[in-house]
Design a protein around this ligand. Structure first.
Ligand code: UDP
Ligand code: MG
Length: 315
C-alpha cells in the first residue's frame, strides 16, 4: 500500500450547523484508524459553493488540525455528485483509499472502521448499506424505497439501500475517475468497476441539525437522472406503446368505417375526442422521454468542466 492514508471526503453545502459536531466525530474516527488499523485517517471537506459560513468553519478547522483536515472550495454550487467527484479527483494519487460520507453523518461514521478492516483484507469497493430508515420522515422513506424498486425495473443494477457512503481503494478510485461522462450517477458507476466488493450494514440516523439539501424536486431529478443514465428501457417502452397504439388505431379505423356504412348515426364526438387526447398524450410522453435522452447527449457532447476550484487548504 502506498502511504496508508485513508481520506474521508465530505461534500458540504450550507452545512454550518452540523460541521462543528461532524468534524469532531470524524476526527475521533481518524484517531481510531491510527491506533486500531495503522491507517492515517484524514478528512477533506469539499465546500460546494455554500452561501453560509461553511467555508469559514472549514478554514478554522484546517488551521486547528493541519495534520488531519483539508479543504477544497468550489467556485459555485455544482451538486452533491460533482462535489464528491471534485474531492475524489483531488484525492487521486494522494491516498491508499477514500471514504465518501455526507456532512450530516446520518450514515454511521463508526462503520468507517469496519470498512477499513475489509479494505485491509483486500476488498476494493465497500458499500455502506442502511438497515432501516425509521428516523427519516415517512415520505422520504417511501420515496426512497420506491426509487430503488423503479431503478431495478428500469435496469440499473444498484446496491439496495446504498447511497454514497462507501470506501474505494486507490485502484477502484482511479478506475472510477476514468469514466468521462458529465451526467454523474456515482452509485451506478461503482457497480461497473467489478473489483472485489464488500458490505457494511448500519442504522441510518436522523439529521443532527439543519434541513435536508435534497428537497423533493432534486430527488425527482436525481431519480430520472439515474434511470436515463443507465438504461435504454424507456426507449423500448416507447416502441412497444407505439406499436400498441398503432394496433388500437387500426381497430378504431375499421370500427369507424363500419359505422359510416352501416348505421346512419353521426359518430359521437366522444370517441374522436378521446382518441385525440389519447394519441396526443402518448406522443407527448414519448417525445418527453426521447427529449430527455437528447438533453443528455447535448450535455455530454459539450464536455463542460464539472466544477471550478476556488481555494485549497492543506492540500
Ligand atoms: N450536498 C452538496 N451539494 C448540494 C446538495 C447537497 O454537496 O447541492 C451535500 C450535503 O451537504 C450533504 C450531502 O450532499 O453532505 C447530502 O445531502 P443531505 O444530507 O441534505 O441529503 P439527504 O440526506 O437528505 O438525502
Ligand atoms: Mg443527509
Amino acid at each position: 500500500m502506498k502511504n496508508n492514508v485513508l481520506l474521508i471526503i465530505v461534500p458540504c453545502y450550507n452545512e454550518e450547523e452540523v460541521l462543528p459536531e461532524s468534524s469532531l466525530r470524524l476526527l475521533s474516527i481518524c484517531k481510531e484508524l491510527e491506533t486500531q488499523k495503522e491507517l492515517k485517517g484524514k478528512i477533506l471537506f469539499v465546500d460546494d459553493g455554500s452561501k453560509d459560513h461553511t467555508w469559514e468553519i472549514v478554514e478554522s478547522l484546517s488551521k486547528q488540525h493541519p495534520e488531519s483536515i483539508s479543504g477544497l472550495k468550489l467556485a459555485h454550487n455544482v451538486g452533491h455528485q460533482n462535489a464528491l467527484w471534485a474531492g475524489m479527483e483531488e484525492a487521486a494519487g494522494k491516498c491508499s483509499a477514500i471514504v465518501s460520507i455526507d456532512a450530516d453523518l446520518q450514515d454511521n461514521e463508526k462503520m468507517i472502521i469496519d470498512m477499513a478492516e475489509q479494505f485491509l483484507e483486500g476488498k476494493d469497493v465497500i458499500y455502506g448499506v442502511r438497515k432501516e430508515r425509521e428516523k427519516d420522515t415517512f415520505f422520504k422513506r417511501q420515496s426512497a424505497q420506491s426509487y430503488y424498486k423503479i431503478m431495478k425495473l428500469a435496469g440499473s443494477d444498484l446496491v439496495y439501500n446504498h447511497a454514497d457512503f462507501r470506501l474505494l481503494s486507490e485502484r477502484a478510485l482511479i478506475a472510477l475517475l476514468s469514466f468521462p461522462e458529465r451526467n454523474l450517477f456515482i452509485r451506478g458507476l461503482v457497480r461497473q468497476l467489478g473489483f472485489k466488493e464488500g458490505y457494511v450494514y448500519y442504522d441510518r440516523q436522523a439529521r443532527q441539525a439543519g434541513q435536508s439539501k435534497y428537497p423533493f424536486s432534486k430527488m425527482l431529478h436525481f431519480a430520472v437522472e439515474g434511470i436515463t443514465s443507465f438504461s435504454i428501457k424507456p426507449l423500448r417502452i416507447i416502441l412497444y406503446s407505439g406499436i400498441f397504439s398503432q394496433i388500437v388505431s387500426i381497430l378504431i379505423i375499421i370500427y369507424a368505417l363500419y359505422e359510416h356504412y352501416v348505421s346512419n348515426t353521426v359518430p359521437g364526438w366522444t370517441s374522436i375526442l378521446v382518441s385525440i387526447w389519447f394519441i396526443g398524450g402518448t406522443i407527448l410522453v414519448a417525445m418527453g422521454i426521447i427529449g430527455s435522452y437528447i438533453g443528455k447527449i447535448y450535455y455530454e457532447v459539450k464536455r463542460r468542466p464539472r466544477y471550478f476550484i476556488e481555494e485549497r487548504l492543506n492540500l
